[in-house]
Design a protein around this ligand. Structure first.
Ligand SMILES: NC(=O)c1ccc[n+]([C@@H]2O[C@H](COP(=O)([O-])OP(=O)(O)OC[C@H]3O[C@@H](n4cnc5c(N)ncnc54)[C@H](O)[C@@H]3O)[C@@H](O)[C@H]2O)c1
Length: 348
């Protein structure tokens, strides 16, 4: 399969790296073929390191491809998705789907027409999968409460080096939509759809409409409660960090790492640590140790999508598909509405 990569910045490079590694190790039957970015130098850099031919328009890049990876900044997703779907190409679309909820609905209605996957890659984290499975199994009783803390330095600097994250028209908002859409998706994966949502947001760093602190509280029909605290700070030495704690009636599950864990499960009888495993094929990638986990994480999502396109019996939908992404966006939208109304609860 010939892959078109649309958007050749930070995450486009991460995808290009993981896709070229998968191809090199003959783990997928697909390779980077065409590249497009408004900033030609960025596309050229990816071509030099990971392959592919730089195209001068979006349309040319898509015309000569079998599958599209859409990794532009958020307000570029709609146009690129539309152009790919018009060509009936399967689409891997990065999160957030669009800056506004109406835009997300539009992207979702386009994606329904083709095999697709959304870049909510925490669905490919063994540690969150273990938590979601443990809660769904019911073996620890009903879930009571979840607390998710997510922090990251304000990502217009450092390895992100982007200015669009300070522009509400392009990003749609700050830490809640841009970063914690992942967290909302994880909480929904573990606990299901909430019944009520309240939010509070604060802008500390002077970018209008770009909140750098967001808290979201969700309550569920079964009485469970969840809270998310999402912070963009200025501690440049800190990597992005997540800490998730889930209380079930008969167990306390917690992790401070968002990929392999370990996950600690404490019950009346014992406290057990479970460490997630890298994919069995990860040792076939030729990646410096420092990048091993990050590349394996994105490669898992990318490989699964490509494998699904070649599945016996016809292409399968990726994980997560757009309906899960749209549900997470609906929660984010309701949290923003609640914040604008002083924290008033919004019904799901
Ligand atoms: N899944 C994840 O973990 C993850 C991580 C980081 C970023 N993202 C998402 O990926 C997207 C890109 O983020 P980034 O960090 O790579 O940003 P970035 O600024 O590093 O790169 C974006 C690139 O897209 C290009 N671009 C913008 N609009 C375009 C258009 N219409 N057509 C072609 N190229 C266009 C820009 O020139 C830039 O090179 C955002 O939506 C972001 O939220 C997802």
């Amino acid at each position: 399969m010939r892959i078109a990569l649309i958007g050749c910045g930070h995450i486009g490079t991460v995808h290009a790296y993981s896709l070229s590694q998968l191809h090199r190790a003959e783990l997928v039957n697909a390779s980077l073929h065409t590249l497009f970015d408004h900033d030609v130098a960025r596309a050229e850099k990816i071509a030099r390191h990971h392959g592919g031919t730089v195209c001068d328009t979006l349309e040319r890049a898509l015309d000569d491809a079998d599958v599209a990876w859409i990794t532009t900044w958020t307000d570029g997703h709609l146009r690129a998705v539309r152009a790919a779907v018009e060509r009936q190409l399967p689409v891997f679309c990065e999160k957030p789907l669009a800056p506004t909820y109406a835009g997300c609905v539009e992207v979702a209605s386009l994606l329904h027409a083709v095999p697709h996957q959304v870049g909510l890659v925490l669905r490919w984290s063994p540690v969150f999968e273990a938590i979601a499975d443990a809660v769904a199994s019911g073996r620890y009783g009903a879930p009571q409460a979840a607390i998710l803390r997510d922090d990251q330095y304000f990502p217009i600097q450092g390895m992100y080096g982007s200015t669009w994250r300070g522009d509400v028209e392009r990003a749609g908002g700050g830490t809640l939509i841009e970063h914690s859409i992942h967290d909302i998706d994880v909480l929904r994966w573990v606990l299901g759809d909430p019944a009520r949502i309240s939010g509070h947001t604060t802008e500390r760093f002077g970018h209008a409409g770009i909140e750098d602190i967001a808290t979201v509280t969700m309550t569920y029909d079964n009485g469970a409660q969840a809270s998310l605290v999402s912070v963009w700070h200025q501690i440049l030495s800190r990597g992005s960090g997540r800490r998730l704690e889930v209380f079930c009636e008969e167990a306390y599950l917690h992790t401070a790492d968002d990929y392999l864990g370990p996950l600690t499960i404490e019950t009346s009888e014992s406290s057990v640590e479970v460490l997630g495993s890298m994919p069995s094929w990860a040792d076939q990638l030729a990646v410096p140790e420092v990048y091993e986990k990050a590349v394996a994480h994105y490669a898992s999502a990318n490989k699964a999508f490509l494998d699904g396109l070649e599945a016996v019996g016809g292409p399968q939908m990726g994980r997560p598909a757009v309906d899960d992404a749209l549900a997470a966006h609906r929660i984010v939208d309701l949290a923003y509405r609640s914040a604008a109304a002083g924290g008033a609860p919004m019904e799901w």
